[in-house]
Structures are given as structure tokens and as C-alpha cells.
Ligand binder design. Structure first.
Ligand SMILES: Cc1cc2nc3c(=O)[nH]c(=O)nc-3n(C[C@H](O)[C@H](O)[C@H](O)COP(=O)(O)OP(=O)(O)OC[C@H]3O[C@@H](n4cnc5c(N)ncnc54)[C@H](O)[C@@H]3O)c2cc1C
Length: 468
């Protein structure tokens, strides 16, 4: 997504065998917390939680006792849901991953209560949420081996929108938040304690199909204002639907995709989470009414009330980025200069329509192929430019830079989900300015004086050379 895990040089560290769950605890309110090793994938974690099937052979007596309570308790879940479930927990924490359900539950950050990090010095840091705070923008840390040091936090103010652009910093912040979203630049996360939530009894998926894209945006606006049990609101534009239709026709792996008639130009996916069926039915009826008032019709909707139907809607959701990635891959084989050009910018609620029309008019003018989809509930869409050759790629890059300037001006974030990696360092400079980039680099140097960890992530080597 951002080339964060693509090395420019040096060594690759593979954590895939650091997988497993090592402990469970319960707080006095009855919530469960499990400690997971960083190489565990999200799909493995989900499966083990669902099946209540952990290898407890090396667990403490206390954890084993809590596990008995866990087995008797109602089903639990870990809410962060990046579409790609092969993500590891370490990767999710490093990128502060989010997903469709972050609309209701928040991103990974909100569900992490402790982490252990291996530092370049060979020491480890163990940080529990709520225990270590900065004083203003100064943070004192002590490693597990007893070494104390102080970190000066950069002075910028983060936007009030969904945001994963650069280091998370604010006055008097909790120390754990500095490491969540630090994209592998400060240390290697080895162990993570995550908070589980009781799984809602009713989870329904609903796809609302619209002939006009503007009707879909009208619908989303009233939906956000009037309904509260919504966990996800996702959007797919005409370009995304065209790519899906082509995939269904040409690629057997996508043959089971649902058919979307040519007259449909936008789809909105909604997930309802309720504890009672009556409440879900009430919400569904209200949704149907809002859909009608916004120019849609009830017959143009798919409702998934069981897991099999919901999986088919989620397959539809996942097929969009997957297909775009495949398309870029094919074109890259012909012209290696092409790299995926996908935005993940966010803006405050009041600017959603304005930025959508900006993106549309600039894309139309440019003549470039595009596909737009994503987390519209948080005003956070993926505008993907799909270049055929280097010339179009460069044109797309120039558009992206113009958008970054406008998004910054509107108080948004140039990355709300995937982080900066190596592909968006220039946009981060647009957002925060060069001096704050130097402050971030100085912060990294405290943890990693030789610049060994993920060089090129968040700030490019060139940006730092320019300072010298
Ligand atoms: C088709 C597709 C759809 C996606 N959809 C979403 C989505 O909806 N929401 C979303 O947020 N993301 C999404 N992503 C991105 C991806 O899910 C996240 O970036 C994920 O959290 C990364 O996890 P990973 O294990 O793959 O990490 P990697 O890609 O291996 O690494 C990502 C970065 O984290 C660092 N890192 C990894 N492990 C550690 C560790 N243990 N300690 C320190 N640093 C570490 C790496 O150095 C790298 O910089 C999607 C990706 C794909 C391919």
C-alpha cells in the first residue's frame, strides 16, 4: 500500500514464527484482554477467539483460570478489521490499521492496552496504557533493563479527522500511542495486549445500490445523522463497479461476485450491529425509508442476515482493492515505472461533498482512469488513479500532490489509514512542513541512532540530507 515493508537496503526481519497467544486476563468490569505475539495474523487471531481454541500449555495458572471464564462467556471479538486479514498484529499496530468497522469501534490504537518493543540498543520497553504519560511534549521512558532516557516530541498539532500521518503526538500523551502507528521506525513490536469486546448478537450487512452517485452521498449524510447502530459505511463508485464487472466476466476467481446491473452507478455497504433482533429490524426499516427519500429504491438492495450471505457481501467489498491491485500489477509488467496511486486522505464532515467534487472534476479533466471506494463514513475514501503508462502515472502524481495541499488546507489528513511508508513522504511534508519532519527524524534518532529500522519510512533519506 505504501511500500512501508519494502526494504531499500539492509536486512529483513521475519516475525511470522512469533505467532501465538500467551496470556489472557479479565478486568473488574468483565472485559477480556489477550496477549498476542506480533507475527500472529489477524485471520489466525479471529479464528482462535471464535473457536476459543488457544494453546494454553505454556500459560500461567492465572491465565488458565481466566481462560475457563472466557470459555463460558458469550462470544468475543477483536474489532479492528483491515480488509486484508493476512495482516499480522505487529503490522496492524505498526500502521494503526483500521477498516470498515472503525466507523463505530475506532482504529487498532483504541484496542491496544499494552505492548513490548525491542529497541536497537538491545533493551526492551514494556508500556501499559494509562501508566506512562508525557509532560507536555517531553516523554521520559525507562527500559525493562533500567536505562532512562528522554524524548522530545514534535510540536505539530494533529488534524481532528481520522489520521495516520506521521508520529502520533499530543500534549501529555500516553507513551503507548507514540509507538502505535510508528511504522517500524522506533523499535520492533514483539508482544501486544488487545482488548476484546462481546460480539453483538445481530450483525447484518446491507448493500444499497443507486443509479446516481449523488443520491448515495445524500443517503450517507442522513444515515450518519439519524442511525446509531451502524458499524460500517462503505462506498463504491462507478469506476469500482466497472472493474468488478470486468473481473466477474474474465477471472474465474471472481465468478461468484454478485451481479450489479449496468444502470447502477454507486453502491453503499452498511453493517448493522445490534443486541436485539427487534432493534435491527427497526433500523433496517428506517434505512429503507432514508434510501427512498434519497432517490433509491428498496428493491435495489441486498440484505445479508446470516454469515454466508454476509461473506458474499464482504467478498464484494474485498474484491475491489484486490482487483485494482491486480490491474496495476498487469500494467506494471508492461511499464515498470507505474506504482499504485491510491489516496487515503480524510477531511472533516462538512467538507466531504466539496472534496468529492474536487476529485471528480480534476479526474474528469485529466482523462485518467480512476476507481473510488472506501470508508466514506469517516469521510475517508480511496481515490485510486489507474495509469496505463509512465506519462499518466506522472500526471496522477501531480494531481495527488494538489489534493494533498487542498486536504491540508481544509484541516484533513493526507493519510487516514495506511500510513506514510516510502510513497507518501512528500505529502507528509506538505501537511506538516519541513521543520516538523526534522523533529520527527530527531525523535527517531533517539531510538535508532544509526537509522537501521525501516530507513525511508515516514521521512525520506533525501529530506534529511537536505538539512545537512
Ligand atoms: C487488499 C488490501 C486491503 C487492505 N485494506 C486495509 C484496510 O481496510 N485498512 C487498513 O488499515 N489497512 C488495509 N490494508 C493494509 C494492511 O492491511 C495494513 O497495512 C496491515 O496492518 C499491515 O500489516 P502487515 O502484517 O501486512 O504489515 P507489513 O506490510 O509487513 O508491514 C507494514 C509496516 O509495519 C512494519 N511492521 C510490521 N510488523 C512490525 C512489528 N512487529 N514491529 C514494528 N514494525 C512492524 C513494517 O516494517 C512496515 O513498515 C490493506 C492491504 C491490502 C493488500
Amino acid at each position: 500500500m505504501t511500500a512501508g515493508a519494502v526494504p531499500q537496503s539492509g536486512h529483513i526481519i521475519n516475525l511470522s514464527r512469533m505467532d501465538g497467544i500467551s496470556a489472557i486476563r479479565r478486568d473488574d468490569k468483565g472485559s477480556f484482554y489477550i496477549t498476542v505475539q506480533a507475527g500472529t495474523t489477524l485471520s489466525e487471531l479471529r479464528e482462535q477467539i471464535k473457536d476459543k481454541n488457544f494453546d494454553i500449555s505454556k500459560w500461567s495458572e492465572e491465565s488458565r483460570e481466566t481462560f475457563k471464564e472466557f470459555c463460558k462467556a458469550p462470544e468475543q471479538f477483536f474489532s479492528p478489521d483491515p480488509t486484508e486479514t493476512s495482516a499480522t498484529l505487529g503490522g496492524m499496530v505498526a500502521c494503526n490499521a483500521s477498516g470498515a468497522r472503525s466507523y463505530l469501534y475506532g482504529s487498532t490504537r483504541k484496542h491496544i492496552t499494552a505492548i513490548k518493543i525491542a529497541l536497537c540498543s538491545g533493551h526492551t520497553l514494556t508500556i501499559r496504557r494509562g501508566e506512562i504519560f508525557a509532560a507536555g511534549r517531553k516523554l521520559d521512558l525507562v527500559t525493562d533493563q533500567g536505562h532512562s532516557f528522554t524524548v522530545n516530541l514534535p510540536a505539530y498539532e494533529m488534524p481532528k479527522t481520522k489520521n495516520t500521518s506521521g508520529y502520533y503526538v499530543e500534549n501529555d500523551m500516553d507513551a503507548i500511542d507514540l509507538f502505535i502507528g510508528s511504522e517500524g521506525t522506533l523499535g520492533i513490536i514483539t508482544d501486544i495486549e488487545v482488548r476484546l469486546l462481546p460480539l453483538p448478537r445481530i450483525i447484518w450487512g446491507i448493500c444499497c445500490l443507486f443509479e446516481n452517485g449523488n443520491y448515495a452521498v445524500d443517503f450517507i449524510t442522513v444515515l450518519r445523522e439519524q442511525l446509531t447502530n451502524i458499524a460500517a459505511i462503505e462506498f463504491f463508485d462507478v469506476g469500482s463497479l466497472a472493474i468488478l464487472r470486468a473481473q466477474k466476466k474474465e477471472n474465474p476467481a471472481f465468478a461468484r461476485l454478485r451481479t450489479v446491473e449496468e444502470r447502477i452507478n454507486a453502491v453503499v455497504y452498511i453493517e448493522l450491529h445490534c443486541d436485539h433482533e427487534n432493534l435491527a429490524v427497526e433500523n433496517l426499516a428506517k434505512m429503507a425509508q432514508l434510501m427512498k427519500e434519497s432517490g433509491g429504491t428498496e428493491k435495489d438492495s441486498w440484505v445479508a442476515r446470516n454469515n454466508a450471505d454476509r461473506d458474499s457481501l464482504l467478498f464484494f467489498r474485498h474484491a475491489v482493492p484486490e482487483s485494482v491491485n491486480m490491474l496495476i500489477d498487469q500494467r506494471k509488467r508492461k511499464d515498470p515505472a507505474i506504482i499504485k496511486l491510491g489516496t487515503d486522505m480524510s477531511v472533516p464532515d462538512r467538507h466531504l461533498r466539496r472534496v468529492m467534487s474536487m476529485y471528480h472534476s480534476m479526474l474528469n479533466e485529466s482523462g485518467l482512469q480512476s476507481a473510488i471506494w472506501g470508508h466514506i463514513g469517516d469521510n475517508h475514501l480511496h481515490f485510486n488513479i489507474l495509469p496505463h503508462n509512465e506519462e499518466e502515472y506522472k500526471k496522477g502524481q501531480a494531481l495527488y500532490a494538489q489534493w494533498a495541499i487542498e486536504i491540508t488546507r481544509l484541516g484533513g489528513a493526507i493519510s487516514a489509514e495506511h500510513g506514510i511508508g516510502k510513497l507518501k513522504t512528500g505529502f507528509l511534508e506538505i501537511m506538516y512542513g519541513r521543520n516538523h519532519i526534522f523533529e520527527m527524524a530527531a525523535l527517531k534518532a533517539v531510538f535508532d541512532p544509526k537509522g537501521l529500522l525501516c530507513p525511508g519510512n515516514i521521512f525520506a533519506r533525501q529530506q534529511l540530507k537536505d538539512k545537512k
